[in-house]
Design a protein around this ligand. Structure first.
Ligand SMILES: NC(=O)C1=CN([C@@H]2O[C@H](COP(=O)(O)OP(=O)(O)OC[C@H]3O[C@@H](n4cnc5c(N)ncnc54)[C@H](O)[C@@H]3O)[C@@H](O)[C@H]2O)[C@@H](O)CC1
Ligand SMILES: [K+]
Length: 362
């Protein structure tokens, strides 16, 4: 891939001059963001970002509808452009488009058009920040999006998620600092854990209604397990049939306390072997995971992966929260609910929207 090929494609497809200029501005915004991420140790392919930005609007040579991303993808199939760059064009429109929205907008074929990789998200987000030839701040962009799409629209929600993933993520240590500051301000781990459990149940229920369904909460030794024990109580109050799989006795005071509360609430504790259900909540390990995963945790992760719907608390167990490296076993999650902030190790790993952020007060 090189500049010459970009020029050739622009020329051959007859892309209007003002759109070419717009693409140059998006290239600038996207590369600035990509460089900031690289400096923070996030792996980004700068070529994909550069050429993806330059070609993201190629569909507009023929198509000015919301389908232009797919049209662009189709155009780029006629050239020797890497698939990673074609997909940047395909998924850049708005802050991505969901399958349901493609149906409503009559975009065919009906499908999710949501960015996944870090490069796809950078170009989609960079494009959103550009108004005409100007690069706006996130706040200015958010305001404009709220005016255009409505405060509670899916597009505005996804723009915020792009911002949280690309511009306000944290490492394990940074999260620890935020937690300390919250405690100095008068919050406690107990309160943060209560907030976390409540939000996990609420957000899960929004994606996968839990009423009358079997929800199994897997709890590991630390505070990630504590969150799962709190969530169990809230799932019950939402009408789910809840049980807990306790892999080891809780190790922290807050988790121990919440085990008692769950038991007092009449929630059943089940063995790993006898458990089954539809929705499973992964509270095995969060940001405190270290080294390889041994027993009984490795078997628990394998068992958990057999459930139909898998929701991870904070980080899928088995994933390094800073580097994103996968350990010997890892939870294949459908939805991750990050507590307080997006965790660095998850950048570029999930389709936009599949990582939600729970506000816990930090
Ligand atoms: N940071 C915050 O503000 C908050 C964090 N909370 C939760 O707390 C979590 C972090 O809690 P913890 O620091 O207790 O950590 P974890 O719950 O992630 O796990 C730590 C525990 O697992 C054990 N462990 C780690 N790696 C292991 C391995 N490979 N094999 C076997 N055992 C292993 C450790 O010995 C320790 O007992 C977060 O991910 C989040 O879910 C919430 O409770 C609310 C607030
Ligand atoms: K987890």
């Amino acid at each position: 891939m090189n500049e010459e090929l970009v020029q050739k494609i622009w020329q051959k497809e007859g892309l209007a001059e003002n759109i070419r200029e717009h693409c140059r501005t998006v290239e600038k915004a996207a590369l600035e963001l990509a460089n900031r991420l690289t400096q923070k140790g996030v792996k980004v392919n700068l070529d994909f970002v550069k050429y993806g930005a330059l070609l993201h609007d190629i569909g507009r040579a023929r198509d000015h509808s919301v389908r232009q991303g797919i049209t662009g993808y189709e155009i780029l199939q006629n050239y020797s452009v890497p698939e990673e760059i074609r997909k940047i064009a395909k998924y850049h429109v708005g802050a991505g488009i969901t399958k349901e929205e493609t149906l409503a907008l009559k975009i065919e074929p009906v499908q999710d058009l949501l960015p996944v990789t870090v490069e796809e998200k950078i170009v989609s987000y960079g494009d959103n920040l550009v108004a005409g030839q100007k690069i706006l701040s996130f706040q200015e962009t958010l305001h404009a999006f709220e005016q255009k799409f409505g405060l509670k629209s899916g597009t505005v929600e996804r723009l915020k998620l792009e911002h949280r993933e690309l511009e306000s993520f944290v490492t394990r240590d940074e999260m620890h600092e935020l937690e300390k500051k919250a405690i100095e301000k008068g919050l406690s781990i107990e309160k943060l854990m209560e907030n976390a459990g409540k939000e996990i149940a609420r957000i899960t229920n929004e994606f996968f209604p839990v009423i009358r369904r079997n929800v199994v909460c897997f709890a590991g030794p630390g505070n990630n397990g504590g969150d799962a024990l709190v969530a169990a109580r809230y799932f019950k109050s939402l009408g789910a049939k809840v049980s807990i799989v306790l892999l080891v006795q809780p190790q922290t005071w807050e988790a121990k306390m919440n085990l008692k509360r769950a038991q007092n609430d009449g929630i059943e504790i089940k063995d790993l072997e006898s458990t089954s259900g539809e929705i499973v909540v992964d509270g095995i390990f969060g940001t405190g995971v270290r080294g390889e995963i041994g027993e009984p945790f490795a078997s628990a992760i394998r068992k958990l992966n057999e459930f139909e719907i898998k929701v991870a608390i904070d980080v899928p167990s088995g994933l390094n929260p800073d580097s994103g490296e996968e350990k010997n076993v890892v939870v294949n999650t459908d939805l991750v609910i990050c507590l307080g902030r997006f965790k660095k190790g998850l950048i570029g790993k999930f389709q936009l929207g599949r990582v939600q952020i729970a506000d816990i007060g930090v």
